[in-house]
Design a protein around this ligand. Sequence first.
Ligand code: BGC
Length: 928
Amino acid sequence: MTFSETICRAAEEGAVLLKNEECLLPFTSQDNVAVFGRCQKDWYRSGTGSGGSVHVSYTTTLIDSLLELSLSDGSMPHIDVMLAKTYSNWIQENPYDNGGGAWGAEPWCQKEMPLSKELLEETGANNSKAVYVIGRTAGEDKDNMAEKGSWYLNDDEKAALKAICGTFEDVCVVLNVSNIIDMSWINSPEFKGHIKAVLIAWQGGQEGGRAAARVLCGLANPSGKLSDTIAMSIDDYPSTNHFGSKGDIFYKEDIYVGYRYFSTFAPERILFPFGFGLSYTSFNTSIKKSEFKNGKITVQVEVKNSGNFAGKEVLQAYISAPQRKLGKPARVLADFKKSSELKAGESQTLELSFSLSDFASYDDSGLTGYQFAWVLEEGLYRVFVGSDSLSATEVFFDGKSGINLSKTEVVEQCRQALAPESDFMRLHPIACADGTFVAKEEKVPKMKVDLAERIKAGLPEEYPFTGDWGIRFSDVLSDNSKLDAFIAQLDDKELAAMVRGEGMMSQKVTVGIAAAYGGITQSLRNFGIPAAGCSDGPSGIRLDTGKEANLMPIGTLLACTWNPNIIEDLYTFEGKELVQYEIDSLLGPGANIHRSPLNGRNFEYYSEDPLLSGMIAKAALRGLNIGGASGTIKHFAANNQETWRRTSNSIVSERALREIYLKPFEIAVKSGEVKSLMTSYNAINGHWTASNYDLVTTILRREWKYQGLVMTDWWATMNDCVKGGSESIKNTASMIRSGNDVYMVVDNDGAEKNMYEDNTLEALKNGSLTRAELHAAAKNILNFIMISPVAKRPLRPLKIFKSFQSVLKEQPSDALLVDEGKDFLPEGESFYLNAQHDAMYNISGTYSKEGDDLSQSVTNILIDGSPAASLECRSTAGIETTVNAAQVKLEKGFYKITLEHTKPGITVKKLNISSQVITPVSLGVISV
Ligand code: BGC
């Protein structure tokens, strides 16, 4: 299978069929289908922000794919071509609104085409069935809101749906969404019971439109299961009241996230349970074996396709731990398996198995007598198996309910880490006699550890500076026992530069990606250290030069496949594509928990459940590794909202952190597939994650034994790793001390001169950072480079300069001609540079950019139509800033200079292209 075909298969498998009355779907050759809704054509392929910004070579839309199927094959349904044309014409007159194209500006939904009476009458007369497509997007820096057009249907959508249901008795709604949305309308009487089918097609990358069409036409049978609970109302989610504010966000719901909350406290508020999804066929299951042996529960289940359609089923095992001193959720996902495609009548036996100890609770309070330990409390552990979290039925062991532990067992003793410093109350269930639970509150235990002492006791061994002993990085590559001696040769300034990544659009790596790191200064390069490169992620390679790559489905869709095998296959292709582009790591997968359906970046993440998130992340990372590159799992951790993402402080109990928010990362790290990890923007319990010692060192590196690389998110802030307090981008000393290796990112060529004036060297001088800690960070960076594709590539020059030859035959008119060294602005018109010498030229630009600190934009400077330099930056808060954008080699002659705003937001004030004499040390030239 090709990459594209695998993307299509995954998008089909992740589609979730919520409703299919009277077997409305799939459509058959007897059906004449009218497709409504502009997103049939303006089909979303991904969410917004860095996560889905892939320049694709093609994309598919629902309507084009349906028409293609309908016209090419007589066994397919007939699609109303005239209606499709009407939409297409209307869209031409009412083009897609991208909010101006700037960062975070894209609206959640698009204006809808009004449906006239005549149009409805005509389509009603010509067709027996209707599809209505509803689209939504959200993303980085743009949360969803509990508003019409975002979480809720807007008035136009409701009116359209009402009109369609007034004309057609058989209506199917297709949701082309990046996230779950309000579904309370699904059974509303205003639609007369005519909405008989609902399919969540999500956003399936470049193949999403085709995949949805194939599902509607029965060429694929949906086998997706919800990775989140759809509740009756947004107010039912316990996070809703504690979401979106600027400073402290209290995670009062504690471990009761998603179905853990609903199954315990409010099963009656579930509209569609976690794990739910229909198929065109039906399945019978029967338990063949259940046993508890050596601490492991194993259940063998035979699943039989009892319908008429080939399809796959997902079986899920849930555990229900006893309510003792510690509260427990009524259901916790413990294992899942997806069947192969079973033909009608075919069956397969699936084995669900898990160790009880993997579902121990973390006692952060000491109530069990074992404080800061993972414990299995005495009592009955019941097991439920089924095809969703609500209807799963109990499995018996030798005819008895559950597994009975006669005494409390300690699974693992830990040390208190990351606990909150503020007082707050968290949710706690009290069991009632009738088996239900009442929501009460309990006090959250507070941090008792002296972090200064902990850090001091864990300081690494000193490796004094030795000076240059002639060991080069190539020597370390052939004998890695020389790594410490190699690092010992680097002076403090060199080490301080190594922990700074540069970007975006660095010319030291494949241009257009997010960062270069490692050997990015001349002196580090003199030691033979190459520069590694990473790009966004997670759905495909983001190249801001406009180069094309493949776009995979969004994370939520991938999780809804419940199929780690297909995820591994997809990401193996992705790994190979990275290698082809000479990129070492993809900035993904995203393993944050869907704490609230309003989080704009949920589409990059997988689920409200940590096991499902962890298993899918692990499969993605494994695929990337098999493909020859790696992934950078992000955003570690508790990064659950985009609003105020850089100032919010997630206040969470240690128990909820360990059981919910850190768990997906733990699963991935312990699988051995993680080589690189990104911390997040937010703080956890007062400590920004980029400088959070307990997060990165106590838990990640010491407890989980992680040996890979850690980087910050882009332009992240750090605060004092002991005292907390206010945060800044300069506190790299705390970043390093906490065990985080690379600051992402300083401007290009800014590492050597310490352009953000970070405090690494100052801290070394005043003793608040040791050289050994810096040495440890450098070691992690170099270890990562040693196992990355860059180590296998020939060491390329530090920078590759582009070389241009004048192609203009005649001298342009004086009015448009600019002499080298003079300021000009080629905005709107083309300008011509008069290069008077064969020489190296420096291109500099002066620009300003409004918007929030983290918003990203790119403007390319083209010479004779080919990108020569880029102004790519975060916001300058409107202040004019001048940067050296690139150096190029020009032959004497005339060159056409234009600007290309691939993403608006930058106001360019002037450009300057001046010849200069530079010593070509490590200079590489490529001709254009
Ligand atoms: C995002 C990261 C992304 C990075 C580089 C940040 O704004 O939070 O997820 O990888 O930018 O684009």
